[in-house]
Design a protein around this ligand. Sequence first.
Ligand SMILES: C[S@@+](CC[C@H](N)C(=O)[O-])C[C@H]1O[C@@H](n2cnc3c(N)ncnc32)[C@H](O)[C@@H]1O
Length: 343
Amino acid sequence: MLVEELRAEIAANGGWMPFVRYMERVVQAYYGKSDRQFGRGGDFVTAPELGNLFGRTLARQIQELEGPILEFGAGSGALAHALLAQKLEREYFILETSAALRRRQGERLGTKVKFLERLPERFRGVVIANEVVDALPVHAVRWTEDGILERGVGPRLTWEDRPARGALLDAARAIEVPIPYESEIGLAGRAWMRSLAERLEQGVIFVIDYGFPRREYYHPQRAMGTLMGHSRHRTRGDPFERPGEQDLTAHVDFSALAEAARDAGAEVLGYANQAQFLVNCGITDVLAEANVENALHYAPIAAEAQKLLSPAEMGELFKVLAVGRDINAPLLGFSQGDRRHTL
Ligand SMILES: C[S@@+](CC[C@H](N)C(=O)[O-])C[C@H]1O[C@@H](n2cnc3c(N)ncnc32)[C@H](O)[C@@H]1O
């Protein structure tokens, strides 16, 4: 049982576990089960799970780029399925940490995809991470009158805070917030981006996820942070409720990812909200290919477009960040409304 394992690890570590370690354990356990996360009967619905409109539109951007595709965290395999159907004639690699989901993806996609065990030493091509960075473990931090604290977990699986140290303290000091304030710092996300960007010899990395630039992320009104549990389409505030049974996520600080990519020598090529990106890629042309006369066929596609584009749904909260190396032409997806300057 995960709860017993967590308690044992906390006891072995002097009665405390940093929150980042707790999140790593529970997210791993959560994705270790392949049967229930995705889709309408699951815990949440991602853009590729809505249908193939997202994939067909993203394919128009990929078509302008060269090389194989590497998808991180492919979930049920829905995006790979939609992209492969577009006959892009590329090799398709998946790097998925959950063995159970790897199996599920393998069953759905067969020999059309190859699985990677770890980051390749070098990569040329197109990297996609849709709703993956929000699942990477974050450090939880409290800025108080008495100093900056790292939030962690005590023996009873409740919050316990200790003074922050090292790289976390440095990162927390660099963020301007009113006091008192609680939030998250995604050091693992930054490291992920840095090592990926270092290995990218030529091509583009697309990170698609919910989040903000730093100034909005650490906004005075967001003084309780962005941690969320997801279960059965409801968000839950308590990260210690049923560990491993609910997904745990934090919003993405896109400024931090952009900085990490630049540190690795890559260039930030574009940053836009999901609606703008999909419109730039020609989602309306993809929609126009659907048979408007046939309501039965058209209604679900129109509903899908509404979810992807509406500012009240995924259109504004979700962003697309592209970083790359050795790309000379502007990217289709950022031809209008590029908000790089806000990062
Ligand atoms: C919210 S799901 C998104 C799935 C899919 N991309 C989609 O949009 O439907 C997160 C996915 O990332 C995977 N994952 C979590 N941490 C990862 C990591 N460090 N590297 C690669 N995949 C990871 C999970 O197993 C899962 O497949």
